[in-house]
Design a protein around this ligand. Structure first.
Ligand code: UDP
Ligand code: MG
Length: 315
């Protein structure tokens, strides 16, 4: 069995050599036949140079370099497309996904699973950090109906048919965690303790996390649209109830609400409602806009010689 390892890299020049050493040591006699595909996601540092050097020194290492930074999702997609293995592993370049774990994950595929997912235990994490994440996964489960377990990231090993299934999903806005859950097949979980990044910085800003979260919620169905209808109905009925009560009081004991209160409730209700609807509508509109354009997910700038030959042969 041949294993391909897909590694998205964005500005990882400082950690790539260490990643290489750790991976080679971890796989040594446990996994013999493998290739590593480093996907340089338009790094602005010397990641590409490092990738070239590693590929020249170790024939198992290949690289693809994208024309600019497209994000981790497109980078993973690119790697998956170039992977030729019977099995494909996805892991980060920063050693936050311990390569030793592959020794436990790969044998699970032998026993018939199509996906083996590494789950991070949040044991080391502070409550205020893990609480929103848990709440998010619960909401995602409710909204999308697709079960994304908390702590399950992109670290996983897939069988060939699982990879082909994911590659057959053409959508532009990709939320891999959801796509992997959507394709189904037998899935096994392996837990590991969270480890800090070895070098460089995390590329997730707060804004990027929120964006990614919205992608996750809206890429599977239109339930958020429906929920905005409910929310709108709630706001309108609350405002309506308040109006009826005020009118009743005016009739019974002649006490009118102040003009200010009326304005405030009316404005807040209507404003909130419209913003909600506009946001949700815009979300779906934007999504179909991008899907309709059918632009490629990424552009390739440079390929290591083996991968280049492979692409030429497939044409
Ligand atoms: N990454 C990427 N493109 C990006 C951002 C990140 O290829 O635009 C890669 C990055 O090099 C790393 C992996 O995705 O190998 C995970 O990124 P990071 O460590 O920043 O995320 P975190 O571990 O903080 O969730
Ligand atoms: Mg990381």
């Amino acid at each position: 069995m041949y294993l391909s390892l897909v590694v998205p890299c964005f500005n990882e020049e400082r950690g790539l050599q260490r990643f290489h050493d750790a991976l080679v040591a971890a796989l040594s006699e446990h996994v013999r036949d493998y290739e590593v595909i480093l996907v340089d996601d338009g790094s602005t540092d010397r990641t590409l140079r490092e990738a070239r050097r590693l590929a020249a020194a170790n024939p198992r290492f290949r690289y693809v370099s994208l024309s600019r930074n497209f994000g981790k999702e497109p980078a993973m997609l690119c790697g998956l497309r170039h992977a030729r293995g019977d099995r494909v592993a996805l892991l980060d370049a920063d050693l936050q996904h311990p390569p030793e774990l592959l020794r436990r994950m790969v044998p699970l595929l032998d026993s018939g699973y199509d996906q083996v997912v590494a789950r991070r235990t949040r044991s080391g994490e502070r409550r205020w950090r893990s609480l929103p994440a848990r709440a998010y996964y619960r909401a995602a489960r409710r909204f999308t109906g697709v079960r994304i377990p908390d702590g399950a990231g992109d670290f996983r090993v897939l069988s060939r048919r699982a990879v082909d299934a994911v590659l057959a999903l053409p959508e532009h806005h990709r939320f891999s965690k959801g796509l992997f859950a959507w394709i189904g097949f037998g899935t096994a979980y392996v837990s590991f303790r969270d480890v800090p990044r070895r070098s460089g910085r995390s590329k997730w800003t707060f804004g990027a996390l929120v964006d990614h979260g919205i992608d996750g919620l809206t890429s599977f169905n239109a339930k958020p649209l429906r929920s905005s209808i409910y929310l709108g109905a709630l706001v309108v009925s609350a405002a309506g109830a308040w109006a009826v009560r005020s009118a009743w009081q005016a009739i019974v004991d002649g006490s009118w609400p102040s003009a200010g209160a009326v304005l405030l409730v009316g404005l807040a209700g209507m404003g909130g409602l419209q913003l909600c609807f506009l946001g949700v509508l815009g979300e779906y509109l934007g999504r179909s806009y991008f899907e309709a354009k059918r632009r490629p997910h990424y552009l390739v700038k440079e390929l290591s010689p083996e991968l280049g030959a492979d692409v030429a042969a497939r044409r």
